[in-house]
Design a protein around this ligand. Structure first.
Ligand code: NAP
Length: 243
């Protein structure tokens, strides 16, 4: 099945690197008009160089005033991917206030704000839409040294469900994807061979995810192929959460 998104305008946060960047590029290939939001101008420059059709927006999503200002002129939005995220890897006893605040600001507060802006417009226009929040398997399993990250992603899962409940009557579907460790970007936390092996042995398929595994799932949840799916937290984890 082919995902066709001609005539749709998609906004992707955290589109400078990793999953967000790959999602923005894939959305263009599906025919969507794409606005890429991130905070490092150099990433946006290289993204636009790679794909001139993408509209770049440079803003730190932790700054609510700047984010409102940056997104007010992007025009009507049909699809939103709340992907921007960060991971502070510390144990419960060592995590700092700064790490806690930064993690919740990026992973949870920014997601809520961008959703308010975008879904508010969808509701006013009565046009419906689809939102995908990029969560993690860490929302549903305790992972050593991931205390704050796990807590932020658990918050993302529950926000997804409440958004689905409240926005569903406006034909705005809200779902989450919950990837396992993704190759390349996941290396930061899982580069030590012993840690990597300990994780892959808990994944029935025996491997980490590829970026495309996550991107394809996001495209499916944004498209009409999933038109009756609302409020799910969909693992892209090779079965990790099933065990
Ligand atoms: P990444 O490579 O670090 O990319 C994250 C993107 O978000 C970057 O472009 C980053 O910009 C942007 N961003 C971060 N804070 C921002 C802010 N305050 N304002 C605007 N943009 C901001 O991350 P990734 O691995 O692709 O992860 C993407 C999402 O998937 C995250 O939500 C993550 O939690 C989730 N996830 C990742 C994995 C994995 O193994 N990689 C697994 C499960 C879930 P800067 O670089 O300029 O900060």
């Amino acid at each position: 099945m082919e995902v066709k998104l001609e005539g749709k305008h998609a906004v992707v946060t955290g589109a400078g690197k990793g999953i967000g960047r790959a999602t923005a590029l894939a959305l263009v290939r599906c025919g969507a008009k794409v606005t890429a939001v991130t905070r490092t101008q150099a990433d946006l420059d290289s993204l636009v160089q790679e794909c001139a059709a993408i509209t770049p927006v440079c803003v730190d999503l932790c700054d609510w005033t700047a984010t409102r200002a940056a997104l007010q002129d992007v025009g009507p939005v049909d699809l939103l991917v709340n992907n921007a995220g960060c991971a502070a890897l510390e144990s419960v006893l060592e995590v700092t206030e700064e790490q806690f605040d930064r993690s919740f600001n990026v992973n949870v507060k920014a997601l809520l704000l961008v959703s308010q802006i975008v879904a508010g417009g969808m509701k006013t226009r009565g046009s419906g839409g689809a939102i995908v929040n990029v969560s993690s398997q860490a929302s549903q399993r305790a992972l050593r040294d991931h205390a704050v990250y796990c807590a932020t992603k658990a918050a993302v899962d529950m926000l997804t469900k409440v958004m689905a409940l409240e926005l569903g009557p406006h034909q705005i579907r809200v779902n989450a994807v919950n990837p396992t460790v993704v190759n390349e970007m996941g290396r930061r936390g899982w580069s030590r061979p012993d840690k990597a092996v300990a994780m892959t042995t808990r994944i029935p398929l025996g491997r980490f995810a590829e970026v495309e595994d996550v991107v394809h799932t996001i495209l499916f949840l944004l498209s009409d192929l999933s038109s009756m799916i609302n409020g799910v937290t969909l693992p892209v984890d090779g079965g990790f959460l099933a065990c």
